[in-house]
Design a protein around this ligand. Structure first.
Ligand code: CDV
Length: 318
């Protein structure tokens, strides 16, 4: 019996600096209704989906930064997403800025959660690969201050079991934006037998330190998710906040990638849009049991020896 999960890539168009959480949540709820009518089990929203992509600005006041963060999840403003999940029986992945209290300290993370069809949080992930720079760099047309506003995620890449209904149980994983460019993200989840990875992103077309990459931004987006999927025998769902947001052009190109590496669903606009695919989780085993049978073909001992040998000749710093 196939295990078919119908997944929706719920791309969002631009969110303006002055848009309220309530306005954004309404747009997301509309996409969840569309998803329901298409038979979706779960939808994937972008990274930092509730606000504009605020790391593009340098703010001096901590209060101005914290205005973009959620101190609780759900909150009064996001409760409607959880209620809609329960009413429609459609789960979701949501990216947001998390203000956490840990050991009596305030901590800030770029976070994603997966919520089940009953509105219960199944798993939380905090972004590990934070791109950008920690200091204000006025020479840039726009900032990318994730290294200033967020701490590195401290929860690891944990695959988790999710049960979306009869014959819809599987192993899922999460990553956020820049994580998708790193092979470690997929491999760590792959080593936990992941079958579907959810990834939200905000990717400007223009890369200030390397403008020569700009024309390749969609190509690189597809390249990393297609290879991550294939090399680990997993589905990957990558979802953008797209379009011209506060004057900055962001890629769309939200895609659903099969374990073969093929793109089987894609958004074609730069606005709010739902792309769907019926994903058979059992297709993963065709790759996990053959070309990418890790137990049979991986050589972790060799990798360890190579890394250690290189380590021995690398200059040591103190
Ligand atoms: N939000 C991101 O992590 N964006 C990065 C950009 C800065 C390159 C990305 O990898 O898409």
């Amino acid at each position: 019996m196939a295990r078919i999960i119908t997944v929706g890539a719920a791309q969002l168009g631009p969110i303006a600096l002055n848009d309220t959480r309530a306005q954004v949540v309404e747009r997301m709820v509309a996409l969840m209704h569309q998803a329901k009518s298409c038979g979706c089990d779960v939808v994937v929203f972008p990274e930092l989906a509730l606000t504009t992509f605020f790391p593009r600005w340098y703010f001096e006041e901590q209060a101005s930064i914290d205005a973009f963060f959620e101190a609780s999840m759900p909150s009064s403003e996001t409760q409607k997403l959880f209620d809609t999940a329960r009413t429609l029986q459609v789960g979701f992945y949501l990216g947001y800025a998390e203000l956490a209290q840990e050991q009596g300290q305030l901590r800030r993370f770029n976070t994603a959660i997966t919520v089940d069809k009953n509105g219960k949080i199944l798993s939380k992930y905090r972004k590990i690969h934070l791109p950008g720079h920690p200091e204000h760099e006025p020479w840039r047309r726009f900032q990318h201050l994730e290294k200033r506003y967020f701490e590195t995620g401290n929860l690891g890449f944990n695959a988790f079991q999710a049960d979306w209904g009869t014959h819809k149980k599987g192993v899922f994983g999460m990553a956020i934006c820049n994580d998708r460019r790193w092979s470690e993200t997929y491999r760590i989840l792959g080593l936990q037998a992941v079958e579907m990875i959810f990834i939200g992103y905000n990717t400007p077309v223009h890369n200030p330190p390397a403008p020569e990459h700009d024309a390749l931004s969609n190509f690189h987006n597809e390249l990393v998710m297609q290879s991550g999927a294939y090399q680990n025998g997993t589905w990957v769902v990558g979802v953008a906040k797209a379009g011209i947001e506060e004057g900055i052009e962001q890629i769309g190109n939200s895609i659903i990638v099969a374990p073969s590496g093929e793109i089987v669903g894609a958004c074609t606009t730069l606005g709010d849009e739902l792309a769907i695919a019926r994903c058979d989780l059992d297709l993963c085993s065709s790759y996990k049991n053959t070309t990418f049978n890790f137990a049979r073909h991986r050589e972790p001992e060799q990798y360890r020896m190579i890394v250690e040998r290189k380590g021995a000749i690398a200059p040591k710093s103190d």
